[in-house]
Design a protein around this ligand. Structure first.
Ligand code: EPZ
Length: 420
């Protein structure tokens, strides 16, 4: 129940480094289940979700070892159980990504369904339908998926929606299937492409990852690998907005423009100055941002994971912006908290009208999910006075030492540990 206290009004200056991507590292860690050889992952961020993933792997029988602050070695030679319990899956729904690898390598698995989430229903039907097409028998029993298949068989799978998780789960499962699998309308996110890169380095035959159609030729076994996780594009985008919303001058080391296209385009449309370099992106914002309209979409469209942060910036624009959220049905929980800081936002269904105000004023606010929590910190960095963000356990799931990183840019920010 820690909280973060921010005194706003300080233009951020200097350099900040991006950590490895949470949403890439999670499936990469679970892909280690596909081989009995050692896998080494570099640039793994120190996050609560990563620790949950390692705990789950450990409970399955995977040995792991931190070789440094950001490199971990894993070995799934001695997997002794094939069950992912509700206690873990409910705390981190990406745990559901163990289903494909366990089923592919061991022929059966029992994995809790993730249940609902603050930002939406988030069902897993596309994962299960795809696995059934690969020949698995799937039963839902007491909140668990019980899956079995002597050996998965290649199939043509057309996803109803380019789900990131379903693409990753099915891609991993198909690597050890008999024959060839095609995933049509696959997710194209950079995290999906990073997973394919590692799988191919393990001896898999995945082609087309990052395009809408992925083809996987099954092989009999996979080998160990050493792989470095891509930088976190959502963290990078968050820091670019931190620089812009404080009228600062910041270099975000490790930010990759080729992963952030649609987002960078919208920032520039809002009048934010960006300079792309091979090792990062430089941001300045001398005048009040302009209003822009945003529609979140699957990659390469505007990322839903940067919608809340963009809303914080646009709440200080010189006009009226319309933000439309098309990925998750309940991802505007931060809007009312931003209104507590003086923003003028009206939510109607999956759209929010953000009328820019001249300034925000600090107040106590409450985080409701990972990206909502950081949007409140961004608004607090720009607000007059002090903002206290409570329930920051959401934040620790996806941002590594954020208050330390921001304070190195001059931010007046600190964490207040709760006694509890
Ligand atoms: C991944 O979630 C990310 N998480 C999310 O980031 C991100 O918001 C999301 O992709 C979209 O980009 C990780 O990578 C760990 P989806 P995922 O399957 O895989 C519906 C963050 O803040 N759907 O692409 O769960 C679903 O309900 C998190 O870091 C089905 O209907 O997302 C949603 O509306 C939040 N049936 C939409 O598709 C399915 O079987 C997108 O979900 C699967 C998904």
């Amino acid at each position: 129940m820690d909280k973060i206290v921010v005194r706003g009004g300080v233009p951020l200056r200097g350099e900040i480094a991006v950590s490895g991507s949470k949403n890439a590292a999670l499936p990469l860690l679970f892909a280690s289940l596909l081989t009995e050889d050692e896998c080494r992952l570099g640039q793994v961020p120190q996050l609560v979700d990563i620790r949950t993933a390692l705990r789950l792997l450990h409970d399955l029988g995977v040995e792991y070892d931190w070789l440094s602050n950001s490199e971990v070695a894993l070995n799934a030679r001695a997997v002794r159980q094939l069950q992912a319990p509700y206690e873990l899956v409910k705390t981190m729904r990406a745990s559901f990504l163990v289903l494909g690898p366990l089923l592919a390598r061991f022929g059966r698995a029992r994995v809790s369904t993730p249940g609902g989430c603050a930002i939406g229903a988030r069902p897993v039907n596309l994962h299960l339908e795809g696995l059934q097409q690969l020949g698995a028998s799937i039963r839902l029993q007491q909140g668990y998926v019980e899956a079995e298949a002597k050996r998965l068989r290649g199939a043509h799978i057309a996803l109803e929606f380019p789900s990131v998780g379903a693409t990753e789960n099915l891609m991993m499962a198909a690597t050890l299937a008999e024959g060839t699998t095609t995933i049509e309308n696959a997710a194209c996110e950079p995290e999906v492409a990073d997973l394919a890169t590692m799988l191919n380095a393990m001896g898999a035959r995945v082609s087309g990852a990052g395009s809408g159609t992925v083809t996987i030729e099954g092989v009999n076994a996979l080998q160990g690998v050493a792989h470095t996780v891509i930088p976190d594009r959502v963290e990078a985008g968050t820091f670019l907005i931190a620089g812009a919303i404080t009228a600062g001058d910041v270099f975000v080391r490790g930010a990759r423009a080729d992963h952030l296209g649609a987002f960078l385009h919208k920032l520039q449309e809002a009048g934010v100055q960006l300079e792309e370099h091979k090792d990062g992106i430089h941001v300045t914002c001398e005048k009040r941002p302009s209003s822009v309209d945003i529609v979140t979409q699957p990659y390469p469209g505007f990322p839903t994971d940067l919608q809340a942060q963009m809303m914080a910036l646009l709440s200080l624009s010189d006009g009226r912006s319309m933000i439309t959220e098309t990925i998750f049905e309940n991802r505007f929980l931060h809007a009312q908290e931003l209104v507590r800081l003086g923003a003028d936002i009206h939510v109607q269904g999956n759209s929010a009208v953000v009328s820019g105000v001249a300034f925000l004023s600090g107040a106590p606010v409450m985080a409701t999910d990972l990206r909502a929590s950081v949007s409140l910190i961004l608004a607090g960095l720009a607000a007059q006075g002090v903002t206290e963000v409570s329930r920051v356990y959401h934040l620790d799931r996806g941002y590594e030492h954020i208050e330390e990183k921001l304070s190195r840019l001059g931010a007046d920010i600190r964490r207040v540990k709760s006694e509890k």
